[in-house]
Design a protein around this ligand. Structure first.
Ligand code: SF4
Ligand code: ZN
Length: 321
């Protein structure tokens, strides 16, 4: 059997079809293309000496994000101080991912910190899942997402981060845009724009080096480069994301490039309205824990309050105001 030749270099055997371009790429050309897109997403945002903390879950996307940022820092004249941060949510699935994250950080020579949700919030997601009553209105992912986001922000701030880089790829971001649209939450959409500084210094701004890279490209690159990474998804995945992902995948299949156009179109629209959107977002310290929130009590404290009545015990609050 003869493999097709890479459409970019015309020499090496192709490893992946880039459906939106209608082209087959070899691993080396895919890597070059991903690096170029990552650079175009973040290079203008970063200044010399910035400390970039990469949220490294140990999955393929954040592993590729750390890899491309370390390549850009080493070879691309991007003089930034890189570090990696992993949050252990306390699910059995996580153990292999944390091992992979530590291995990758050591391989790339990037300092790596692992913090646990339990240390910051007094409960792991494994324990939480086992405690929720049958038919409870919230899935473990709701708690996990909120508590993990707050932990990442606090731990990155403790590490002196100027930026928090996440491994969100194009597919993740389009799904999140659509989920926020379905909920009518324009403010949440505005927060998705890479490089937007929040009105509060306590919130570390995000950059997303893989925002223009499809999930199947990060998966192919992670395998081609042999990066230590856990493939597959956390088995607890539930909620609106699943049907939204399925619907978007269906449209992409018959209209290659649809997700990229939708992402770029919505991002451009939000960028033009950025000042207006941000003027509606007022950030103040949470009355309970002092962490930044747009309400009076942050979502983490609200959810922990609910959990306390289910668990029948107190959960620690962050005191960082
Ligand atoms: Fe947490 Fe849900 Fe993601 Fe699993 S799928 S890591 S429980 S948010
Ligand atoms: Zn709070």
């Amino acid at each position: 059997m003869r493999f097709p030749t890479c459409h970019s270099c015309g020499e090496r055997p192709a490893a992946i079809t880039l459906r939106d371009l209608g082209a087959e790429y070899c691993a080396a050309c895919l890597e070059r293309s991903v690096l170029r897109r990552a650079r175009s997403s973040v290079a203008d945002l970063l200044s010399e000496g910035d400390r970039v903390v990469v949220a490294l879950s140990g999955g393929k996307d954040s592993s590729v994000a750390l890899y491309v940022l370390s390549r850009m820092a080493r070879e691309g004249g991007m003089d930034v101080d890189l570090a990696a941060l992993t949050v252990d949510e306390g699910t059995p699935y996580r153990r292999g991912a944390i091992r992979a994250a530590s291995e990758l950080a050591a391989m790339l020579g990037v300092p790596h910190r692992v913090v646990s949700l339990k240390d910051y919030h007094g409960i792991s997601i494994g324990e939480l899942e086992g405690s929720l009553p049958p038919g409870h209105r919230r899935s473990p992912c709701t708690y996990c997402g909120v508590l993990r986001r707050q932990t990442l922000n606090v731990a990155a701030r403790e590490m002196g981060a100027d930026w928090l880089a996440t491994g969100h790829n194009l597919d993740d971001l389009v799904q999140t845009y659509v989920m926020n649209l379905i909920r009518g939450d324009v403010n949440a959409m505005g927060k998705l724009i890479s490089g937007v500084r929040s009105p509060s210094e306590a919130l570390i701004p995000r950059i997303r080096p893989l925002e223009l890279v499809y999930e199947r490209e990060t998966a192919a690159l992670s395998v081609a480069l042999g990066l230590p990474a856990q493939l597959g998804k956390c088995p607890m995945t539930r909620g609106l994301r699943i049907p939204v992902r399925r619907a978007l995948d269906d449209v992409e299949l018959s209209n290659p490039g649809f997700k990229r156009s939708l992402y770029e179109g919505l991002t451009e629209l939000l960028r033009r309205r950025r000042t207006d959107i941000l003027s509606h977002i007022e950030v103040r310290p949470c009355e309970i824990c002092g962490e930044p929130t747009t309400g009076t009590v942050c979502k983490a404290c609200e959810l922990k309050g609910e959990l306390e009545s289910i668990l029948g015990r107190r959960l620690p609050r962050l005191h960082s105001a």
